[in-house]
Design a protein around this ligand. Sequence first.
Ligand code: AR6
Length: 173
Amino acid sequence: MRDKIEIVKGDITKIKVDAIVNAANTSLLGGGGVDGAIHRAGGQAILEECRKIIARQGGCKTGEAVITTAGNMPAKFVIHTVGPVWNNGKYDEENKLTNCYKNSLQLAIANNCQSLAFPNISTGIYHFPKKEAATIAVNTVSQFLSETDKIKKVTFVCFDNENYELYENLLRA
Ligand code: AR6
């Protein structure tokens, strides 16, 4: 499993994989952080497809995922998932974050994606503790990859040093 997981430090909008994952919000209308960067780099086409999804199902619930084009970015698709806002762990945040990873992977398979890249969902504006979030991300993805051969590569794209080092330590273990 470990050989299918890669960690890189940098900007997810530049990564060439079948699908990059966005840490969106329930409105799907864009925002700050990685969401803002993805919409800026991908262009209008992403928002246009998000609006169609909104018309159909009214946004995206926490822990769930939807898919659009990646517009002008090198990836083919963006999988938008909504991480939980950290609230001292009292609102099932761990399970919701686990579901983000699982549902994104499932949606990738449903769209014939073999490679995907995740940002560190919920660890920015949503304030999920980074160590716990990294543990959930690595464990959930490793477990999922052990149960399918349809996904060939998962890249964790870390934007800050703290996350990069956490992932390095977890994957070295
Ligand atoms: N590439 C990769 N990672 C990035 C990039 C980038 N270009 N930019 C930031 N990060 P955040 P959240 C990292 O705040 O906590 C938005 O307004 C960042 O360092 O983007 O899930 C949405 O619309 C952090 O580690 O997402 C929601 O309202 C990680 O991405 C809300 O923020 C996630 O930080 C979601 O908050």
